[in-house]
Design a protein around this ligand. Sequence first.
Ligand code: 9MR
Length: 381
Amino acid sequence: MTSRREIIKALAGAALLPGALPLARAQGPAHEPLKDIAARKGMRFGTAISHGRNQFGDPAYRALVERECNLIVLENEMKWQALEPAPGKLEFGPADEVIAWARGKGIAVRGHNLFWQAEKWLPAWVGRQNFGPQPAKAVEQLMRTHVSTVCGHFGKAIKSWDVVNEAVDPADGKLRQNALTRPLGALAQIDLAFRLAREHAPQAQLVYNDYMRGDAGSARHRAGVLTLLAELKKRGTPVHALGLQSHIGSWDLSDSGSDKGRADLAEWRKFLDEVTGMGYDLLITELDVNDRRLPADIAKRDAGVAAATRDYLDVTLSYPRLRDILVWGLADNISWLQTWYEAPRQDKLPMRPTPFDGELKAKPMRQAIADAIKAAPPRQG
Ligand code: 9MR
């Protein structure tokens, strides 16, 4: 069989337009782009994309993103650690390159993220910082510099920001502590993050983003997120939406279609009712499906992933406050789940968590997304 890379090479040699034909070849029969299906409902469809060799650097992958998506988010390149690996050493290049490409294609860009609360994902130098005799003041100044620098640089290109990422510890539902929260208090630090974002990115939708799910193992996480959102509302913190990361599938014993799967979805609906009841908008920011408890057989596995996707989207897209759906990568080979140590497949087979396979052929999950969007109520205005 001719591989995708061989086809791309052959076409490059024949001086054909990069991306156009390889994609059509790899995909098989033409599908209506997901972005067009979404647009008919007043929604957008997008993906995370990294600047790396096998994503933005791969013309066929880029062409697939362009074909399917009218929204992207940088998978890693706008994280604080990436933008400022050492104090004052700013590296905007990779993000700028992807954003310039997106602008040329009419693709909107989300920002991910200004503050990632797990200590290990803050820049190491922030953790080592000596905040001196007035640590609260020093932290506030550092946060202000970070937000003004980053939002100032990207400006109006970013219409939606994950301002705070993963503030709630799933183990106990409490707010995570880190070098920034300790001097200020976690709630005050989160509140400040959003106020700074409003000041420096007044055009943007401001999002709290987290990975709570509907299963029993995630109950404390859901409760903690609800408490946080209620507290922020009470304070008048400018948070517009909850980002539902949507890393779904076999993180615990979830099983689509089973009694347990249905119970989990009922809990999920209750959670979304509460969030929207508080007046928050919703968006799906990082959808993918962990398939570690599904059989090795590819047809069965893909069917299971598609079913889980459809069940989840049917509930989640029923909320008209939700207009944006982003997957965390379009193709299996580039998914973070391939190397994530916390929940691997026992058989060590590569996961199949995304809508396209490694050859960029559409999988049943893609069809499930298309069908779920088609079945969703249209958004007004
Ligand atoms: O997919 C991302 C992976 O490439 C990075 O190594 C990792 C650490 O920066 O982050 C992954 O993306 C995470 C996202 O930023 C926040 N939600 C969970 C995502 C998957 O871990």
